[in-house]
Design a protein around this ligand. Structure first.
Ligand SMILES: *[C@@H]1O[C@H](CO)[C@@H](O)[C@H](O)[C@H]1NC(C)=O
Ligand SMILES: *[C@@H]1O[C@H](CO)[C@@H](O)[C@H](O)[C@H]1NC(C)=O
Ligand SMILES: *[C@@H]1O[C@H](CO)[C@@H](O)[C@H](O)[C@H]1NC(C)=O
Ligand SMILES: *[C@@H]1O[C@H](CO)[C@@H](O)[C@H](O)[C@H]1NC(C)=O
Ligand SMILES: *[C@@H]1O[C@H](CO)[C@@H](O)[C@H](O)[C@H]1NC(C)=O
Length: 621
């Protein structure tokens, strides 16, 4: 799926979302291309200059130091920034400034994210006639159109696909030593490839982890502020008032401050930012919350799956209640959800024991395993309103012997690479997707060094994950497993504490201007509510909003005027509810006509999407 548009949509979610046509071949076809833009036409500069791009957007490339900690190091990184202008001009009294957003990952592209979600997000935070924002996102260093690029296959898609095929063919890590050994060798081989690229093209991998990205955000906030002052001065014919004092950082209460909404890994980034630069926080919404302590310390990534299995049980409950007319896995004669559940699991266990070959609509022979089904399930758990019904239909068909929809979903979601993607169309070079090594560079660099762990350690780690989630534990292990041989250690790491001083709305130096606002669905398959509560506890006055819905992240997974109002009010006033607050969703996954954004035909969280392959190609947005 290297067409630009589908990359944003990378994931079974997107495929499910379009599955209503029930035409497998059509689903597998590339989605229409989004407008293209040649970033090379934008000269990187230390001062921001925006250029028209992608129809309604503005793009800029900002040059920043590669190493923020070493003044005598002259190497640079270039950050690709893209913004959706506000619906009013900057000098309108309702203009509310920039809201930055990060879609997650790590390794996710903000440039692609706001192409699809920018307008939805803007409608979500704007208060018509009263408050209007521009939405700003960027490709973090290492990702997409920013440099350095963490691409150890150097755009060789065939080599990358071959790696993914071999990794997948090796099987799930829960299978024991021979699988672990082979996977370790593969991950190590990838690391060697990265080292060889760095030898030839210069270092990058050690400078793309989260503290450096957070520092880039400070720079972007400053540069956007400077630009706005320059433009205001041009309008009025006066001198730009650039307060040089703020170069001294936290000393000045009038420093420009960040307004931010981060999703998934974007909550890690937000938490690092707030903890490192508390005096730069204007507003911060963290939605789909990671436990950042767990992310940065110890074995890592063990706090994500605590609600996953419970949520999957809810799928069966809902399916049973909805009945066969809405949920294809249900049978009229079922007396309880557990009958559906046991039919499903005996099918999956059967595939574990005897994987099935299927000729895909694109002509490839695909071997379907139980792990493929688990991967698809968790993809659907991320966005139930769009995915539950089509998933039930797809599994129903496959259980009855017709797997054509199933393989289309597997190809579309990159559970397996789709080989025809390896042929470039026309002259276009495929834009980089979430690359496993771009993800590793961030998550391995942020986490503790586990490159010296032996098989016994990994067995224990895998057991631990499987104990937490039967459906997803083994699969999830692949993310951290990419660090089993990761050779690059960042100079700048940050291990917490992830906390901020008490906020002060009177803009006091070194303090956030508002408390942090945390959002979570009641049940989230990969960023559970309890992580939101744990993180909020370390930020004074922070609030947790629970959206009574299921899915990964609250915004864009279920419609709730209540959540929307709290978020929009917060951006305007900086105020959060004084206690943990529950927000009802207006409809759910089994309703006939439920849009994730009320009153909009929006794309929903699916474009935060997720792509899921093997070999740590798991990519979370
Ligand atoms: C990181 O870089 C800074 C500045 O160059 C240096 O003072 C420090 O010793 C380095 N730290 C590590 C762990 O290498
Ligand atoms: C800082 O950068 C200079 C110039 O590249 C280099 O010689 C020096 O070793 C660097 N210091 C550290 C601590 O990395
Ligand atoms: C299998 O399912 C697909 C998609 O629903 C359908 O188009 C196709 O005709 C089915 N094939 C058979 C042999 O029933
Ligand atoms: C493809 O590349 C050729 C040679 O560089 C060029 O003449 C042609 O215009 C390009 N086609 C497109 C569609 O960009
Ligand atoms: C996993 O659960 C089993 C059974 O409850 C237990 O024996 C084992 O110690 C657990 N392993 C880990 C690593 O938590």
């Amino acid at each position: 799926m290297h067409s630009y548009y589908q990359l944003v949509f990378a994931g079974s979610l997107a495929i499910f979302a379009s599955a209503t046509s029930a035409n497998a071949a059509k689903q597998a076809a590339p989605a229409p291309r989004a407008p293209q833009f040649d970033w090379e036409t934008v000269p990187p500069s230390r001062e921001l200059q925006f250029h028209d791009c992608y129809d309604a957007f503005k793009c800029a490339r900002l040059e920043v130091p590669l190493d923020w900690l070493n003044d005598s190091d002259t190497r640079t990184a270039t950050i690709a920034i893209k913004k959706l202008p506000a619906v009013v001009s900057d000098d309108d009294h309702t203009f509310g400034g920039s809201i930055f957003t990060n879609p997650g990952g790590p390794g996710g592209s903000g440039v692609r994210f706001i192409q699809v979600e920018g307008h939805n997000l803007q409608r979500y935070v704007d208060k018509p006639g009263r408050r209007h924002y521009e939405i700003v996102s960027w490709d973090p260093r290492g990702v997409g159109y920013s440099t350095p690029v963490s691409d150890c296959f150097r755009s060789n898609i065939i080599a990358r696909d071959a790696y993914l095929f071999e990794y997948r063919g090796n099987g799930g890590l829960e299978q024991g030593d021979s699988t672990i050994n082979h996977a370790r060798a593969m991950v190590k081989g990838l690391a060697q490839r990265c080292e060889s690229v760095e030898e030839q093209e210069g270092a990058g991998m050690a400078y793309v982890n989260t503290p450096s990205v957070a520092r880039d955000m400070v720079e972007m906030v400053d540069k956007i502020d400077e630009l706005r002052r320059r433009e205001a001065a041009e309008r009025t014919g006066g001198e730009p008032r650039i307060e040089l004092k703020r170069r001294n950082g936290e000393e000045d209460r009038n420093v420009p401050r960040l307004q931010y909404i981060g999703f998934s890994y974007g909550t890690v980034l937000g938490n690092y930012f707030a903890s490192l630069f508390p005096g730069r926080v204007g507003r911060m919404v963290l939605d789909g919350v990671f436990n950042t302590e767990d992310y940065a310390n110890g074995p890592g990534w063990l706090a994500n799956l605590v609600d996953t299995d419970e949520m999957f049980d809810k799928f069966f409950d809902g399916c049973h209640k909805a009945g066969p007319s809405s949920c294809a896995l249900a049978i009229e004669s079922d007396s309880s959800a557990s009958e559906i559940k046991s039919r499903f699991w005996s099918w999956v266990v059967g595939l574990d024991e005897a994987p099935q070959p299927v000729l895909s609509p694109s002509g490839s022979t695909i071997i379907i395993t139980g792990n493929d089904i688990r991967g698809i399930v968790v993809g659907a758990l991320c966005l139930p309103i769009k995915a539950f019904k089509p998933m039930a239909e797809t599994f129903h068909q496959a259980m009855a012997g017709n797997a054509s929809n199933l393989v289309a979903i597997m190809e579309g979601s990159r559970i397996i690479p789709r080989l025809q993607d390896a042929c470039p169309v026309g002259n276009a070079t495929a834009p980089p997707s979430i690359l496993v090594e771009a993800q590793s560079a961030v998550l391995c660099g942020d986490g503790d060094d586990i490159s010296d762990k032996d098989n016994a350690w990994w067995h224990k780690y895998i057991d631990h994950q499987v104990n937490i989630s039967k459906i997803f534990g083994a699969y999830w292990t692949n993310l951290r497993f990419t660090c089993s041989s990761w050779p690059f250690r960042p100079n700048w790491s940050f291990k917490g504490p992830f906390r901020t001083p008490k906020p002060d709305p009177n803009l006091v130096a070194g303090r956030p201007a508002a408390p942090l606002l945390f959002l979570s669905n009641r049940l989230d398959p990969v960023t559970p509510l309890r992580a939101a509560r744990a993180m909020a506890a370390n930020h004074p006055d922070a609030a947790v909003i629970i959206q009574e819905a299921m899915g990964h992240c609250a915004v864009g997974t279920a419609p709730s005027q209540c959540t929307k109002k709290i978020v929009a009010d917060y951006f305007e006033t900086g105020e959060v509810p004084s206690e943990e607050t529950a927000c009802e969703a207006s409809c759910g996954p089994w309703a006939d006509d439920c849009n994730v954004y009320e009153s909009s035909a929006g794309f929903g969280g699916g474009s935060r999407g997720w792509s899921w392959g093997w070999g740590g190609t798991a990519s979370w947005y």
